[in-house]
Design a protein around this ligand. Structure first.
Ligand SMILES: [Zn+2]
Length: 179
């Protein structure tokens, strides 16, 4: 009985609430939290959107731990990388005080640098990447994504593609809805 009464109580209060809302909205509608006349046609405000893509390569050695086959032995690739940065606004950077770019190219192309200068070029990826990243193209893409994400302005969405061979690519991106 108690649960029935509770349910009825909720229904009653919801009903009263609906009556108030329908009176309040009589001839009006709510758009973006603002009450406006229902006969006013609203058009979506277009949002600017920039997409910046940069591509680079780096040469490095790696092996896949515990892989039963050639990939388990030390070998090398000329990795191709594409980093795509998308934003609804432009930003300044460490090198430019004016808000004129999605993200500075330098912050997107860090992995191209020599390993002795903080990049991934001419190194052994198994020694460069933290242990939680295996050196598959999938996890190299995630690693580049994770490091790059910390270097770009907040709100910039990223997509990172990595290719070990000419006929295959892997892609890693934000789990955010398109805007
Ligand atoms: Zn390989």
């Amino acid at each position: 009985m108690l649960s029935i009464r509770t349910q009825l109580g909720i229904v009653k209060s919801e009903l009263i609430c609906l009556i108030y809302v329908s009176k309040f909205l009589n001839g009006w509608k709510v758009h973006g939290g603002v009450k406006i006349r229902s006969d006013v046609e609203l058009k979506p405000v277009p949002m600017p959107k920039w997409k910046l893509t940069t591509e680079f390569t780096f040469d490095s050695a790696h092996y896949i731990k515990d892989y039963d086959g050639p990939c388990g032995r030390m070998h090398g690739h000329s990795y191709r990388v594409q980093v795509e940065a998308t934003s609804n606004q432009l930003h300044s950077s460490e090198y430019c005080p004016h808000p004129v770019m999605v993200a500075d190219f330098r912050s997107l192309r860090w992995a191209k640098k020599d390993v002795t200068k903080g990049g991934l070029d001419h190194g052994v990826l198994n020694e460069i990447l933290p242990p939680e990243y295996e050196t598959t193209a999938e996890m190299i893409a995630k690693y580049i994504y994770d490091v790059t994400k910390k270097r770009v302005p907040e709100g910039v969405r990223l997509k990172v593609r990595v290719s070990e061979t000419s006929n295959s690519w892997v892609e890693y991106e934000d789990d955010e809805s398109e805007s």
